[in-house]
Each structure stands twice: as C-alpha cells, then as structure tokens.
Design a protein around this ligand. Structure first.
Ligand SMILES: Nc1ncnc2c1ncn2[C@@H]1O[C@H](COP(=O)(O)OP(=O)(O)OP(=O)(O)O)[C@@H](O)[C@H]1O
Ligand SMILES: [Mg+2]
Length: 469
C-alpha cells in the first residue's frame, strides 16, 4: 500500500495546490530537500528510492509532477521516464542530473521530460522550477476547460449556466478533476450537487473507471457498514457468501458520498480510517484490503454546526473538506433561468409531438419566483406544465400553484399601517407596470399605451427590474 508522504489534513488553505509530486531519488538528503521545497509550495509529495517503488506509486496515485534522478544506481532513470509516458502521459517530469550527464538530460527531454535541473541545485532554483511547472499545469487545466466549454456551449459537461458564479465553479471543477484530493460539495437541495460530482469524475483522467454514488441518508444505518466495506462469508446471520463493498467496487474511480452529514458517528470513524490508510477491512474479515478510490462528498446540511454539536467528527470533516465547492442557489443566478428553461424544453420537445414554448407572462413570473427547490424545482415545474398544457404556449395559469401563489403574494402585500405603510413611488410604479402587463396577458405594447408611457421606457424599466425578456 502506498501512502502519500504528505496528505493534507486540514481545511483548505491557500497553500494547497492540489498537485501530487513524485520524487525518485536514491540520495536521502536530496530527496528530503526536494520534499521540503515541494511541500512549501503546497504539493502532496510521494517519495521513492527505486524504480519498483516509483512504478507502484505511478500505478496507484494520480501523479502530476515527477522529479526524477536520471542516475539511479541500476541505470533505470530512463526506464522510469518511459513508464511515466505510458502510465501518466499528462504528468510533467523534471529530470535531475549531474553536470557530467547533461547529455543524457537532453536525451531525456527527447523522451518527453519537460525540463532538467543540474545538480547541485539550491532551494531557490528548485523552487523557481516547480513554480514554473505549477503555472504550466494551471494553464493546461484552463485550456482543457476552454475545450470542454467549446464542446458544450451551455455550460460545463451536463451543467447548464453562464452566470459568473457558475463560470467560477467550472474552473474549480476542471482543476479538481485533475487532482485526487477529497472534495466537499455544498449546496441547497436541487442545486446540482450530484451533477457537479459527476462532472469532477468525468472530466478527470479516471473517467473510464467507476463512479459510485452512495446516498448515506437513505441507507439503513445498520447496513451502511457492510454496503461500504463489504463483508465476508459468515460475518452475520444470512451472510452466506462474501460481498464486495462499494469502496472496493469504486476501485480506481470515485465514490460519491451523498448526504454525508447523515452518516452515523461510529461509521464516520471507520470511513476516516479507510480514507487515511487507503485500506478497508470487510465486516467479519481479518485482512485489510488496499483501495485506491477518490472520495467526493456532498451535503445540504451545515456541517460546521454538526461538528460543533458533536454529531459530525471534526477530523473527518477536515479530511473531506480539503477542497470545498459551493453551488449557488438558483435565486442567486436568475440570469441562468432562460438558458435552463431552453435546455429542459428542448429535451421535452424531443420526445413529444407538441413543440412547447414559454409565454412572456410565465417567463416573467419564473424570473421573479425564488425557486426554493432550485434547478430540480424548475425542471419539474416545466415538465408538469408541458404535460398539463394542451396548447403550445405555456402561460402563468399552467404553472404549479406554489409559483402562482408567489405571484399573488407579491401582488397583495400584507396590509400594514403607519409609516411602514408608505410605499416608495418607484415601487408603486413597478407594481403598476408588472400588473398591467400581467392583466394584458403579456402584451407590452398595449400595457405601455394604457400606462401612458413609451414602449422604450417600459422596456428600460423591465430591464431595471431584472424582468426584461
Ligand atoms: N446546472 C444545472 N444544469 C442542468 N441541470 C441541472 C443543473 N443543476 C441541477 N440540474 C438538474 O436538477 C436536478 C437535481 O440535480 P442534483 O440531483 O444534482 O441536485 P442535488 O443538489 O444533488 O439535490 P439534492 O440535495 O436534493 O440531492 C437533476 O435532474 C439535474 O440534472
Ligand atoms: Mg443529491
């Protein structure tokens, strides 16, 4: 079992660069010097003295950068370089070489090494070299993201949305996809936490390996342990044959722990041990089995509060929380609503004879509504409207009652008295305009005429309210 020499054990810090670095060097002092410099730049480091060790690490960990001593005792540096090319073609290799062997460094570059550094080097030289590599990798990740975006003009993978918060999220997903650290995905219900977890997995190098989601909230607490870790024959009554756990099924890929906040506290300790030691012990078994699985977790609960209340282990929280992704609720990115609606409508229209569209009045209400159930609620809303509406255009009356009631509440504020009852003129004007458009069934030209204002003014006002469509 190969463990990272440094595994981040704390909440995200600006120092963590999410990259794994392998040092292959037989001289202890050089190895440790490299490790210290790399750690100070936020790399997780893996150390090896021999070719065999290096091979095992390359096989089991997602190595991003290799610092390789070309002159290992049995002359195997070049062999390792070939192996890196085969196993981790995206990894960046820097060869370390003595002055007398610059010639072979040049040969190494021909074999795909990114750069070489001549021994003896000092801390500063190595630091500069590694910083250069980090920016190179960052640029590559960004280019990859751009390519990904070009492929899907609407967002990232299956995620739809162009709001600045989403663009930021895509950038982090692209980076997270190429690291092996756990990621904690936070967001209200229906914001797309599972979709984000899938995007991280499928944008990464292990996309062909399994993605296994586990809903910690819906599993019977007494069964979670055997589900996750598996069991051996005879472990308990009814265990007539041994069964592989989900952590083993996800080998080489990703285990997505959905609703991780629901995990019973005794299992939290077992999960932490499995993540830290990268091995599992099936229920009733005596032998530990090595695992190589990426852990992603999601919750809509406030885990900070759960930690303070003692219902969630602080150490597991820190371990899962190496990188946190926060998905914004839909009400904070309403500009994405038309795009999301378009995507859902396209999908529905592909499977039905009637080609539905959304009328101005319905769209306006949808842009005003707060969507407490987020994207899932929007998707359900449009699906239901398409099923119930017998005409091609969906109007306010076709929308579910919670959305229509929202409009009624907005139109009829609670009666209040005294100074609080004074409504600013701007607000009265807005109410008058929106009301006119609504009662005229979305006819803006007629609304402008009846309100006694020009149509340009009306459009400008609607834009100010964020309801221009
Ligand atoms: N950005 C998005 N683009 C397109 N579809 C989305 C997006 N976000 C969510 N969805 C859709 O909304 C639905 C809910 O998404 P998902 O299950 O990932 O949310 P969740 O955050 O895991 O919800 P819950 O907390 O209830 O489990 C899915 O059908 C998903 O396809
Ligand atoms: Mg979910």
């Amino acid at each position: 079992m190969i463990a990272a020499d440094t595994v981040p054990v704390n909440a995200p810090t600006p120092e963590t660069n999410l990259l794994n670095l392998l040092i292959v060097e037989d001289e202890r002092t050089v190895r440790e010097c490299c490790r210290d410099v790399a750690r100070s730049l936020g790399f997780s480091t893996f150390l090896s003295e021999t070719r065999d060790e290096a091979s095992r690490i390359l096989e089991s960990a997602n190595i991003d950068v290799v610092l390789l001593d070309l002159r290992l005792p049995n002359g195997s540096g070049v062999e390792i370089l070939r192996e890196i090319r085969r196993r981790r073609p995206e990894a960046v290799t820097i060869v370390m070489t003595g002055f007398a062997t610059v010639q072979s460094a040049v040969q190494a570059m021909k074999l795909g090494a990114y750069d070489y550094i001549t021994k003896p080097f000092n801390f500063e030289e190595l630091r500069m070299e590694l910083e250069r590599v980090t920016s190179h990798l960052k640029l590559t990740a960004e280019n990859r993201l751009l390519r990904e975006q070009l492929r899907s003009q609407q967002g990232f993978g299956q995620l739809v949305g162009h709001a600045p918060e989403m663009e930021k999220l895509y950038r982090i997903i692209a980076k997270a996809a190429h690291s092996t650290h756990p990621v904690l995905i936070l967001g209200e219900s229906g914001t797309g936490k599972e979709l984000v977890a899938r995007s991280i997995h499928f944008a990464g190098p292990n996309k062909d390996k399994p993605f296994i989601p586990v809903d910690c909230g819906s599993l019977v607490p007494t069964l979670i342990e055997s589900e996750l870790f598996g069991y051996v024959r005879g472990a308990f009554t009814g265990a007539v044959r041994s069964k592989e756990g989900l952590l083993a099924t996800a080998e080489g890929g990703t285990l997505f722990l959905d609703e991780v906040g629901e995990l019973p506290i005794d299992l939290q300790a077992k999960l932490l041990r499995a993540i830290q030691e990268r091995e599992i012990r099936p229920v009733g078994g005596t032998r530990a089995m090595p695992i190589n699985v990426r852990i992603l977790a999601a919750t809509n609960r406030d885990l900070d509060a759960a930690v303070s209340q003692g219902t969630f282990r602080r150490d597991l929280y820190f371990r899962l929380n190496v990188l946190t992704l926060r998905i914004p609720p839909l009400r904070e990115r309403k500009s994405d609503i038309p795009l999301l609606l378009g995507t859902f409508l396209d999908k529905i229209n592909r499977s039905t004879a009637m080609q539905h569209t959304v009328g101005d009045d319905a769209l306006r209400l949808m842009l005003n509504y707060d969507w407490p159930g987020n994207v899932r609620e929007l998707e359900n809303c449009i699906e239901r409207a398409c099923t119930t509406c017998s005409l091609p255009t969906i109007h306010v009356t076709d929308l579910p009652s919670q959305v229509r009631d929202f409009q009624a509440q907005a139109a009829a504020p609670e009666p209040v008295d005294g100074p609080a009852a004074i409504t600013p003129l701007d607000e009265l004007e807005k109410q008058a305009i929106l009301h006119a458009i609504q009662v005229l069934d979305g006819d803006k030209l007629e609304a402008a005429r009846r309100l006694g204002i020009g149509k340009t003014t009306l459009y400008r006002k609607l834009k100010e309210y964020g309801t221009a469509v």
